[in-house]
Design a protein around this ligand. Structure first.
Ligand code: HEM
Length: 438
């Protein structure tokens, strides 16, 4: 999704386009140390100071491994919305100096997915998918989510009566997989497998996966490919009213070649699972973590549940599930004084942009009354042509969870031990959030 495995050598700049970036640039070693620390479980427990350091050093900085880091809200939004910037697609990866590193099966799978396509292919696929989670689809999924939330919360509250228990395992990871599983009509017995495979596959989308992480990702990719190839064939044999059957039906009407149709639908289906699970789980766990860490904000929400939509947007701003998005320049260009060559990559540090004091009033404060003004108020779902197709579904899951949580005796609920975090940079993952009843 992010195409973030990169050259570890310093950027080679065109002599015709010297960088005029005037910021106080920390030296390369200092930046490498900063990212090494950010990428630990400890660094992930509070990335804000790392991002503050990046912003202090400039809106845009040369990345130690090549390309640039973009740290301000203004520039991140500008790049995401501009047609002059492309996603690092298969074509870009093939031209990359170190193209061989993109040849592992997990990278090849990502090449086929929607967020790795540029226009015109991207436009064609977006038109084909349309507004997947429109009002009607959300109305039909709401009771599914409500049942899942109620079941998981009942079970979780019972577990808490016996002692501390992990909110991530019992609640936040369950709700997204049940929601997507029921939407795609996947057998319940397979939810655990799909959840595990998505955790393993994500390494490929991270900054600098190690060789052993890529191996784990490749193994998960192979199993996901088999699983969804079977699913597509089964839906061909026995079509239903699920999205995969509908995509087959619609694609067959425009694409005479059945193998091409099957492989397109196969990639779409796999990506839905990859896109929907960890991200939404992070949002749900973070809603609870941030409210328990800020009892004054929780009290405001309990007094006035009309603040629920604003609170969800504030959680998405304060700590987005995805902290980094990558783009490459279509043409030679300039960004805040930095000269960028055609094909050069920029990493949009969305987690940093969300705490940019030039865009947000007191960004370090978690404030459920912030009123971010709808989708334009943060970049958690991206912006521009790749804007997340599942944003309304993720928001609905968070809303249903909050509505079920607020009437519970939350003042008795507390964080029993510091949450643990996966050592990542781009895709945040809280691995445990142990809560207890006092
Ligand atoms: C809180 C949960 C979620 C977050 C934070 C999130 C975030 C994002 C972001 C940042 C992008 C844009 C990536 C880019 O510009 O390169 C994106 C794209 C996408 N997301 Fe989500 N997502 C979430 C949930 C979901 C769900 C539930 C689904 C589907 C069931 C989904 C499906 C997609 C798809 C298909 C794209 C690709 C859009 C395109 O390239 O045109 N996402 N998401």
């Amino acid at each position: 999704m992010l195409g973030a495995q990169l050259n570890t050598e310093p950027a080679t700049r065109s002599p015709l386009l010297p960088s005029t970036c005037t910021a106080t640039i920390p030296n390369r070693r200092a930046l490498i140390t900063l990212f090494s620390r950010l990428r630990t479980s400890d660094g992930q427990s509070d990335p804000a100071p790392f991002y503050a350091r990046l912003r202090e050093s400039g809106e845009i900085l040369p990345a130690p491994w090549g390309g640039h880091l973009v740290n301000s809200y203004r520039l991140c939004q500008q790049v995401l919305k501009s047609r002059q910037w492309l996603v690092p697609s298969r074509e870009w990866r093939t031209r990359d100096n170190d193209a061989s590193r993109w040849n592992s099966p997990s990278f090849l799978l990502m090449n086929e997915t929607l967020p790795m396509q540029n226009p015109p292919e991207h436009t064609r696929l977006r038109r084909f998918l349309g507004n997947m989670f429109n009002g009607g689809v959300l109305d039909s999924l709401r009771p599914v989510i409500q049942r899942a939330v109620q079941r998981q919360l009942d079970h979780y509250m019972n577990r808490l009566r016996e002692g501390p228990a992990d909110f991530v395992t019992h609640v936040s990871e369950e709700i997204p997989v049940v929601t997507i599983g029921e939407w795609m009509e996947i057998p319940r017995a397979d939810y655990g497998l799909l959840r595990a495979l998505t955790h393993d596959q994500v390494y490929t989308q991270e900054l600098f996966p190690t060789a052993s992480e890529i191996e784990v990702s490749d193994a998960a990719t192979a199993r996901l490919r088999f699983y969804f190839a079977d699913l597509v064939q089964e839906r061909r044999r026995k079509p239903g009213t699920d999205p995969v059957s509908l995509w087959i039906q619609r694609w067959d009407a425009i694409e005479p070649e059945r193998d091409t149709a099957d492989s397109t639908i196969h990639s779409i289906a796999i990506f839905m699972i990859l896109a929907a699970l960890e991200t939404t789980s992070h949002l749900l766990a973070n809603v609870v973590r941030l409210l328990l860490e800020h009892p004054d904000q929780l009290a405001q929400l309990q007094e006035n549940d009309e603040l629920i939509p604003d609170a969800i947007e504030e959680v998405l701003r304060y700590d987005a599930p995805i902290h980094m998005i990558s783009r490459v320049a279509a043409e030679p260009t300039e960004l805040a004084g930095a000269a960028i060559n055609a094909g050069e990559i920029v990493h949009l540090m969305v987690g940093s942009a969300h705490h940019d004091p030039t865009h947000y009033r007191e960004p370090h404060l978690f404030d459920v009354r912030r009123r971010l003004g709808g989708p334009a108020g943060h970049l958690s779902f991206g912006a521009g042509i790749h804007y997340c197709l599942g944003s309304t579904l993720a928001r609905l899951e968070a809303e249903v969870l909050l509505k079920a949580l607020l009437p519970l005796p939350l003042s008795r609920l507390q964080i029993a031990a510091p949450p643990q975090w996966a050592p990542r940079v781009a895709f945040r993952r809280m691995t445990t959030l142990p809560l207890a009843l006092n």
